[in-house]
Write a protein that binds this ligand. Structure first.
Ligand SMILES: Cc1cc2nc3c(=O)[nH]c(=O)nc-3n(C[C@H](O)[C@H](O)[C@H](O)COP(=O)(O)OP(=O)(O)OC[C@H]3O[C@@H](n4cnc5c(N)ncnc54)[C@H](O)[C@@H]3O)c2cc1C
Ligand SMILES: *[C@@H]1O[C@H](CO)[C@@H](O)[C@H](O)[C@H]1NC(C)=O
Ligand SMILES: *[C@@H]1O[C@H](CO)[C@@H](O)[C@H](O)[C@H]1NC(C)=O
Ligand SMILES: *[C@@H]1O[C@H](CO)[C@@H](O)[C@H](O)[C@H]1NC(C)=O
Ligand SMILES: *[C@@H]1O[C@H](CO)[C@@H](O)[C@H](O)[C@H]1NC(C)=O
Ligand SMILES: *[C@@H]1O[C@H](CO)[C@@H](O)[C@H](O)[C@H]1NC(C)=O
Ligand SMILES: *[C@@H]1O[C@H](CO)[C@@H](O)[C@H](O)[C@H]1NC(C)=O
Ligand SMILES: *[C@@H]1O[C@H](CO)[C@@H](O)[C@H](O)[C@H]1NC(C)=O
Length: 540
């Protein structure tokens, strides 16, 4: 096994370790695991023993523990790099011990909350380094306070659990976050977090008021003790570069007791390109109470020819009469009628939006088993100018040429345009009409199939260049995409990081993130392929 260290730890005595690792790699990594485990057990608070929470590849349940939160089967291959240890933390002190011991033993640490990282970075590294996973799915308490309309939510909770616990106490409070209930709070909130309340209330991070973070020294900090800069960084800059988020305190938002949903379908034969062109003219300007998404995929028509199906899944914070009146005025081309609309409670709309059949009990939101698991690839883009009818027609032709293409257009505007692009690391605010999500799912396992589909999604992305943002071509951090640049943390890590850093955060926020990083984690302990690098000496 060739172990290459490209990371730059000037202060560590690396050469010795390198020799040990490269000459006796398997024996040495066993003993590294032993020494690391010993350190963990020594450090653990005796009232919260770590015994029984440590899984090495020798434990028979290691594969099932690892696989339990692999949410992209592209990273469930025998060739996928595996950790040398998994710690299923039961208590924050377990994470503190892991950080301190990993630093001592110079091991690469991965933090996994819900495991939905699109590139698997919470349990995979492409750096050839031995690594371990701190899995915090057990840290999932949720304490909702109706009096002050807030909740403390641990990072291992899922969005479905958060929604369920809020709705359990109130039918007029909610939280703006993603639409997939199995997504974890830890990755989702720290990376921004958007969902169908975005046009009314902004992102998850726009509604976070406090946090608990374990820093590189193993210290447990809150907003006050970490300071505003670090709090800013972990509300949209990704937690992974700065520490381990244990919990967030969120501000709940008000929703009507009755909301309205629909999900109408229009195919190419039903003037989809005209509707799409109109959508892109109005979607970001519609009432803030309305979130009207537009998705495209390829289906066969009744003649067996490929055609495009558009779906328009919608949430409206009001009743169906008001919704239809509003759409007849602003978007009559869609042709929505009262009979398309369904009135329900907000929590039922969460189930509807994630495709559970009407009438599914809300306890389904507590299930940690996703409705579907398969290999996939996601990419993102931002649209700042309208796209013509012909433009949409050409996009549809390209989708038909390639396989399994799905494009989802998420409307921006509303509250999103009112918040400064510097308020949080997430910079995609006013001036954006929509974000595109490219999604390719497939069923075949293996690297060969993956490469074929990865190529299709890249071809589609290239094709979209004239329609989307440029300089930089912006991207959404929670839609992690290693195609848009990686950091080997070499000499020019700051410059290397600009490639994806400017896409995810734009220039000013990227720079501020690197400054926070340099202050709180100067040795770059918390890192991955797209983490925030420290400022290199030439930039100081
Ligand atoms: C099916 C599906 C639907 C999605 N829908 C949406 C959506 O509607 N809106 C949206 O915004 N995004 C959505 N996403 C993207 C999702 O928000 C991100 O993948 C998010 O990072 C997942 O968080 P996680 O905790 O589940 O993932 P993980 O894989 O556990 O973590 C993701 C990243 O965060 C780091 N991390 C995890 N926990 C912590 C922690 N406690 N402290 C510090 N760092 C941590 C990990 O190391 C990793 O780098 C979706 C993803 C999937 C797979
Ligand atoms: C894993 O195996 C080791 C050695 O047999 C054992 O001490 C430990 O308790 C096991 N861990 C778990 C979680 O079962
Ligand atoms: C992941 O791979 C393992 C080993 O091939 C397999 O047993 C398991 O079913 C896979 N997980 C899923 C969800 O398919
Ligand atoms: C919720 O309250 C319980 C009981 O007081 C406490 O143990 C837990 O840590 C709290 N969770 C959060 C996230 O504050
Ligand atoms: C498509 O648009 C044309 C022209 O505006 C219109 O006559 C026709 O009825 C529309 N077709 C459908 C299925 O809506
Ligand atoms: C469409 O038809 C082709 C064959 O003509 C078939 O292979 C494919 O599975 C069909 N696609 C869908 C989505 O039904
Ligand atoms: C629907 O909402 C509108 C606007 O909020 C309100 O005026 C109207 O009375 C409501 N209609 C019904 C049937 O509840
Ligand atoms: C990628 O897919 C395109 C479109 O099918 C094809 O023309 C091209 O040869 C493929 N490239 C690779 C490297 O497979």
């Amino acid at each position: 096994m060739a172990i290459t260290y490209s990371f730059n730890f000037k202060s560590y005595i690396f050469p010795l370790l390198l020799v040990l690792l490269s000459t006796h790699s398997s024996a040495t990594s066993t003993s590294i695991t032993d020494r690391f485990t010993q350190c963990l057990n020594n450090r653990a608070d005796p009232s919260f023993p770590l015994n029984g929470q440590l899984y090495t590849p020798d434990n028979s349940s290691f594969p099932s523990v690892l696989q339990a939160y692999i949410r992209n089967l592209r990273f469930n291959e025998s060739t996928t790099p595996k950790p040398i240890l998994i710690i299923t933390a039961l208590h924050p002190s377990h994470i503190q011990a892991a950080v301190v011991c990993a630093k001592t033993h110079r091991l690469l640490m991965k933090t996994r909350s819900g495991g939905h990282d699109y590139e698997g970075l919470s349990y995979v590294t492409n750096s050839n380094q031995p690594f371990f996973v701190v899995d915090i799915f057990n840290l999932r308490s949720i304490n909702v306070s109706i009096e002050d309309e807030t909740a403390w939510v641990q990072a291992g909770a899922t969005l479905g659990e958060v929604y369920y616990r809020i709705a359990e106490k109130s039918n007029s409070l909610a939280f703006p976050a993603g639409v997939c209930p199995t997504v974890g709070v830890g990755g989702h909130f720290s990376g921004g977090g958007y969902g169908n309340l975005m046009r009314k209330y902004g992102l998850s991070v726009d509604n976070i008021v406090d946090a608990q973070l374990i820093d590189v020294n193993g210290k447990l900090l809150n907003r006050k003790s970490m300071g505003e800069d670090l709090f800013w960084a972990i509300t949209g800059g990704g937690g992974v570069s700065f520490g381990v988020v244990v919990a967030y305190k969120i501000k709940l938002v008000r929703v009507p007791t009755t909301v309205t949903v629909f999900n109408v379908q229009r195919t190419s034969e039903q003037n989809l390109s005209t509707i799409a062109h109109r959508w892109i003219q109005v979607a970001d300007k519609l009432d803030n109470d309305l979130f009207l998404r537009m998705t495209f995929n390829v289906i066969n028509n009744t003649n067996g020819e490929k055609t495009i199906r558009g779906l328009f899944p919608t949430l409206y914070l009001g009743n169906s009469t008001a919704l239809v009146t509003l759409l007849n005025k602003d978007f009559p081309e869609l042709g929505v009628e009262i009979s398309d609309c369904i009135e329900m409670s907000w929590i039922e709309s969460v189930l509807f939006y994630t495709n559970f059949p009407i009438g599914t009990p809300t306890t389904a939101l507590l299930s940690r088993t996703p409705q579907r698991l398969n290999p996939f690839k996601i990419k993102s883009d931002y649209v700042k100018k309208t796209i013509s009818k012909q433009g949409f027609e050409s996009i549809f032709e390209k989708m038909k040429e390639l396989e399994n293409q799905m494009l989802a257009f998420n409307p921006y505007g509303g509250r999103m345009s009112e918040i400064s692009e510097f308020a949080k690391p997430f910079p995609h605010r006013s001036g954006n009409i929509a974000k595109i999500q490219y999604e390719v799912n497939w069923d075949e396992l293996g690297v060969e199939a993956a490469n074929r589909y990865l190529n299709f999604t890249r071809v589609m992305y290239d094709y979209m260049t004239p329609f989307v943002s440029k300089n930089p071509r912006e991207a959404f951090l929670n839609y992690r995409d290693l195609d848009i640049g990686v950091n080997s943390h070499g000499k020019n890590a700051y410059v290397e990081g600009m490639v994806y850093g400017h896409k995810y955060f734009k220039e000013t926020n990227y720079k501020r993130l690197t400054m926070v990083k340099t202050r709180v984690d100067p040795s770059n302990f918390f890192r991955n392929e797209q983490s925030i690098p420290t400022l290199s000496s030439s930039w100081k």
